[in-house]
Write a protein that binds this ligand. Structure first.
Ligand code: PMP
Length: 417
């Protein structure tokens, strides 16, 4: 038997019967179904209040005017909109993206922006560009599940660094980097979500930002800043992007998924000049080019709609839901539970008392008609069994309150066991 045969696929019993098993590349061993995706099917039953998924709430979008704009786009510009474009992205959109980023103090040249199919593609490309198997990515613990999926797909090892209510702890980062160095591990980049963190719901304190950049410089580690929620602060507050403070050492990932429409799958990467060239080549081999029609839809939307006003409206809807979840948690959760207090974004991160296992409890919660995302999915190392992520972005405030009531009752009976 060939020595190169990949490890058995851990993700599903079906694969034991999969006749293609010996053919898969070794790296597929790291591709496992995310716990959260698996949950979507059950959680989307109407009787279940789902606090599990992080679907943006699009109800406030002006569908009628979008619809006429799209029709006009096809009528006037159809032959361009329906044609291949450059792997780099539509030039007019790249210029507008620079205006969007200026809201977070980033000054960028449109040439350094690469349009992607959502920032998820940016994550995939950046990992593809930098990580060989066994290379280390430092990430907050917990971290975004989709990023962990990309890191696993390229067989990168994730080392988590703790957060507190001010975000990533600089001292923890220093220690992690020192440990990696002691063990001869190659750290490729720090992956960080500074604003309204998914799943933790915290924001990196402004005072910590320069320090974190400095530590990464000292250790010659690149920073990958993932910022899809930065404009969704509930008081209209924004923070200086890491990218604005050290443009040569930060790759920035942006997205229109949370500020406009997730289904269009339009995001971008802003990278130092040399990296940008490699990114365009990587993008070309992945997709030839991002969808021209979708890019033009976004471009036209930015040019003709009050997009900042729309973001404000989205933010108001999310704030109302955040208020509902925090007051319901305060009112119903049993003693010994704690949670974060987000001032933007979609998520609350809850810690439950010792002895409760959120993953084991989940089927009982679903029976009680409430769903959440258990904490272990947000760590690469199995940690997180006393944590859970609650997303308040999608359900109505009334449903959120009902969901938290149900969840608290399940937790209470769990704690009695
Ligand atoms: N990064 C983070 C932190 C996210 O929460 C998400 C979406 N949930 C993404 C990236 C991916 O976003 P996109 O729709 O732009 O691919």
């Amino acid at each position: 038997m060939s020595e190169k045969r990949p490890a058995r696929q851990p993700h599903s019993g079906h694969h034991n019967l999969d006749p293609h098993l010996p053919r898969y590349a070794a790296r597929t061993a790291g591709m496992t179904a995310s716990e959260i995706r698996a949950l979507f099917a059950v959680a989307s039953r109407p009787e279940v209040v789902s606090l599990a998924g992080g679907m943006p709430n699009l109800a406030a979008l002006p569908l009628e005017s979008l619809s006429s704009q799209m029709a006009e786009l096809i009528a006037k510009d159809g032959l361009t909109a329906l044609q291949y474009g450059s792997a780099h992205g539509v030039p007019a959109l790249r210029e507008q993206i620079c205006e969007v980023m200026a809201l977070e103090e980033i000054s960028a040249h449109p040439d350094d922006v690469v349009v992607t199919v959502g920032s998820q593609m940016g994550l995939d490309m950046v990992t593809r560009l930098f990580c060989d198997p066994g290379d280390v990515v430092i990430a907050e613990g917990p971290s975004y599940v989709g990023a962990l999926g990309s890191f696993a797909a390229y067989q990168a090892e994730v080392v988590h660094v703790a957060m507190d209510d001010q975000g990533l702890v600089p001292e923890g980062l220093r220690e992690a980097l020192a440990q990696c160095r002691t063990h001869g591990k190659r750290v490729k980049f720090l992956y960080t979500i500074p604003n309204f963190h998914n799943p933790a719901g915290v924001t990196l304190a402004v005072e910590r930002r320069a320090e974190i950049l400095e530590i990464c410089r000292e250790h010659d580690v690149l920073v990958v800043e993932d910022n899809p929620y930065g404009l969704l602060g509930f008081d209209g507050q924004t923070y200086p992007a890491l990218r604005s403070m050290d443009p040569d050492n930060v790759v920035y990932l942006g997205s229109f998924s949370k500020t406009f429409a997730s289904g269009l799958r339009v995001g971008w990467v802003l990278a130092p000049h040399a990296v940008r060239e490699k990114l365009v080549l990587a993008a070309e081999s992945a997709t030839l080019c991002p969808p021209t029609l979708n890019q033009l839809v976004v471009s036209r939307y930015l040019a003709t709609h009050d997009w900042k006003g729309q973001i404000k409206t989205f933010g108001e809807n999310y704030r109302e839901r955040r208020d509902a979840i925090l007051s319901a948690l305060e009112q119903h959760m049993p003693p010994g539970c704690s949670w974060t207090h987000p001032d933007g974004g979609f998520y609350v991160w809850v810690t439950v008392p010792e002895g409760v296992d959120t993953k084991a409890m989940l089927p009982r919660a679903v029976t009680a008609r409430v769903a959440y995302a258990s904490g272990t999915g947000f760590y690469a190392d199995g940690f997180g069994s006393r944590q859970m992520r609650l997303s308040y972005c999608y359900p109505t405030p009334e449903r959120i309150r009902e969901g938290v009531r149900r969840l608290a009752a399940v937790l209470e009976s769990e704690m009695d066991l």
